[in-house]
Write a protein that binds this ligand. Structure first.
Ligand SMILES: C[S@@+](CC[C@H](N)C(=O)[O-])C[C@H]1O[C@@H](n2cnc3c(N)ncnc32)[C@H](O)[C@@H]1O
Length: 221
């Protein structure tokens, strides 16, 4: 694999944490986080298949999908501290044991801590669209990062993306189709699959945006 350039897909935000957020981070992250070092996908959830959710935001989809399918483990990663604190509290409230939370950069996680061919699926719901041309390089769906994601999926593993930003949807289709390790599970766009409505999707729809889903499968070999 070529070198992945160090252009972050997010702007680091430094805000003061509220006391409640700090308490959640201090007390719940040790419980719902993952040990440092390589992610032990085989044992993390006692052998259950592992899905990586990149950029979970406030964690609405994470919680709903985890509740709907306890036979799957979800590693949910985001850089945004308030969202991480919120998800941690939700996991405790619902007593969920099939979610682990990573507070950090998904690209670093994939590159440095996730083994090749280990994940059952990757969910990328409403990644930041970076609409300005000078920011397009920050989009997470770009050839080098799609190659990285594909390499971490098991053969037959699924990369499920959704966006409400039509120009990004076109780019996603083009970039994903061009990745030789992936094949489109549908002819073009996927139907709207089982996916809870999130705040970002709702606000996109309210602004009249069409939502596109894309489902690609890692080829064998
Ligand atoms: C537009 S929001 C969508 C949130 C959520 N998936 C939803 O549908 O409501 C994109 C999220 O991706 C996160 N993000 C962007 N780049 C990331 C990265 N490299 N690693 C982890 N999270 C990232 C942002 O912090 C933000 O929470």
């Amino acid at each position: 694999m070529g070198t992945v350039p160090d252009i972050r897909t997010f702007h680091p935000r430094r805000g003061r944490m509220s006391d409640a957020q700090r308490a959640a981070m201090d007390t719940l992250l040790p419980r719902y986080g993952v040990p440092e070092g390589p992610l032990d996908v085989a044992t993390l959830f006692g052998g259950r298949p592992v899905v990586l959710e990149i950029g979970f935001g406030l964690g609405h989809a994470t919680v709903e999908l985890a509740r709907a399918d306890p036979s799957t483990g979800i590693v949910a990663v985001d850089v945004h501290t308030p969202g991480v604190a919120r998800l941690l509290r939700e996991l405790e409230e619902h007593g969920l044991d099939n979610v682990r939370v990573v507070h950090g950069d998904a690209v670093e996680l994939l590159r440095e801590r996730v083994a090749e061919s280990s994940l059952a699926a990757i969910r990328l719901f409403f990644p930041d669209p970076w609409p300005k041309a000078r920011h397009h390089k920050r989009r997470i769906v770009r050839p080098d990062l799609v190659r990285l994601m594909a390499s971490r999926l098991q053969p037959g593993g699924v990369l499920h993306c959704a966006t409400d930003w039509a120009p990004y949807a076109d780019v996603m289709l083009e970039v994903l189709t061009a990745e030789p390790a992936l094949r489109n599970a549908y002819a073009g766009w996927a139907p709207r699959l089982e996916r809870p409505m999130t705040k970002f999707e709702r606000s996109g729809i309210e602004q009249g945006h069409a939502v596109a889903d894309l489902v690609f499968v890692r080829r064998s070999g």
